[in-house]
Design a protein around this ligand. Structure first.
Ligand SMILES: NC(=O)c1ccc[n+]([C@@H]2O[C@H](COP(=O)([O-])OP(=O)(O)OC[C@H]3O[C@@H](n4cnc5c(N)ncnc54)[C@H](OP(=O)(O)O)[C@@H]3O)[C@@H](O)[C@H]2O)c1
Length: 355
């Protein structure tokens, strides 16, 4: 039986769902000769430790027996245990936590991250961390960084590493923006009403400008570009920010929600210019040959996969030499705690096969 110890940083929506999925899948793991335990769980201030692995009452135990911690103490504790296969799971959204990655790897941790920060750092730092991983022969998996549980990163990596020439990546990378434009294109509603609807369904970030600015899409595009070993930085992505300068971060969320009706006229005009078989889509696009990374608003034909997108689905088109003019398409729920946590679990299984 191969034993794997997971140290879980972040027990919010994704982290707590991940714990429950790991606990429920124990039988399935055993059939694969795997024993997967979570001996330590942590939020930003508190750690709960149970050497033999937490069980179903983990939440109450965390509240009753959690203790303050420093990451260094956790590393020392894990080292003292001589566990063989230790994996830090980063289910935080913290930029600070990523500063611990090098130290973790130097102390024999593998890393699996839902957090996108490490893969969107300045290229030099990104490349440095790859060197640290190589030097210490540790793995870093992050399938959930793009498209949550959808197999986007792995597919792209496999194509690239098998010598396939990827020429273009294009798609709707964000569930919230997918919902907003799918709904706005089809329904007779103002843009501001659709954004409010997306907010009420929990699709947007608490501040919808985070979605509408295009930064999250740009980050995902950068991560995919880097999978093709292209040394781009976030500044290389040309982003069509849907939020005008006077409504950006300096104004409060409430002020923005009150003023978002200012955008209605512009979007109504764009809609009126669409042909009958066209819809609006907010996409990320990497043209490998022309070296252009863009986040932009485009018109798509309803009969094409991009134009036919429904609900809050994400869609990734990968154009390559062998696939020719018809891209390889990956589509489905690209956000949500359940699919993201399952993506993390599947990274754990992939890692278990490699170590
Ligand atoms: N939700 C999705 O659909 C989705 C999809 C793909 C990827 N992701 C990514 O998954 C990650 C988690 O998302 P979420 O929705 O679960 O977030 P969340 O509900 O806000 O939970 C974040 C967790 O991280 C903890 N945390 C913050 N800073 C920390 C630190 N320095 N050390 C240890 N723990 C820390 C928080 O603890 P406190 O409560 O103490 O602050 C909290 O437990 C994010 O990076 C997100 O971008 C999410």
């Amino acid at each position: 039986m191969k034993k794997i110890q997971l140290i879980l940083f972040g027990i919010g929506k994704v982290g707590s769902t991940f714990i429950n999925q790991i606990i429920q899948a124990q039988e399935v793991f055993k059939q694969q000769n795997l024993e997967i335990e979570i001996p330590i769980i942590l939020n930003s201030s508190t750690a709960f430790v149970k050497d033999e692995g937490i069980g179903e009452n983990w939440k109450a135990n965390f509240e009753d027996f959690g203790i303050p911690y420093q990451v260094e103490e956790i590393i020392d504790y894990v080292n003292s245990k001589n566990w063989k296969n230790v994996v830090a799971i980063d289910a935080t959204a913290s930029a600070d936590f990523v500063n611990n990655y090098t130290n973790l790897v130097e102390n024999a941790f593998h890393i699996i991250a839902a957090n996108k920060v490490a893969n969107t750092l300045a290229y030099d730092e990104y490349a440095f961390f790859r060197e640290v991983l190589k030097e210490h022969k540790k793995h870093f998996l992050y399938e959930t960084n793009v498209g949550a549980g959808l197999p986007v990163v792995e597919t792209l990596k496999n194509l690239h590493l098998s010598g396939e020439k990827v020429t273009k990546i294009r798609g709707v990378f964000s569930g919230s923006l997918s919902y907003i434009f799918n709904t706005f294109s089809e329904e007779n509603k103002n843009f501001s009403e659709v954004v409010a609807l997306a907010e009420s369904k929990g699709y947007t970030e608490p501040d919808p400008r985070v979605d509408l600015s295009g930064t999250d899409v740009a980050r995902k595009l950068l991560i995919l570009g880097r999978e093709l070993q292209l040394s781009y930085n976030l500044e290389d992505v040309v982003v069509k920010n849907l939020v005008p300068a006077y409504l950006t971060e300096t104004n409060s969320v409430t002020a923005f929600q009150e003023q978002i009706t200012d955008l209605d006229e512009e979007f109504q005009l764009l809609k009126s210019e669409l042909k009958e078989n066209e819809v609006l889509r907010y996409i990320g696009e990497l043209d490998v040959e022309d070296e252009v990374l863009e986040v932009k608003l485009v018109k798509a034909q309803k009969e094409n996969p991009l134009g036919a997108l429904q609900g809050a689905d994400s869609l990734f088109e990968i154009y390559t030499e062998s696939y020719g003019t018809q891209p390889l398409v990956i589509q489905g729920a690209g956000a949500g705690a359940a699919v993201t946590a399952r993506g993390l679990v599947s990274d754990v299984i992939k890692l278990a096969e490699r170590i």
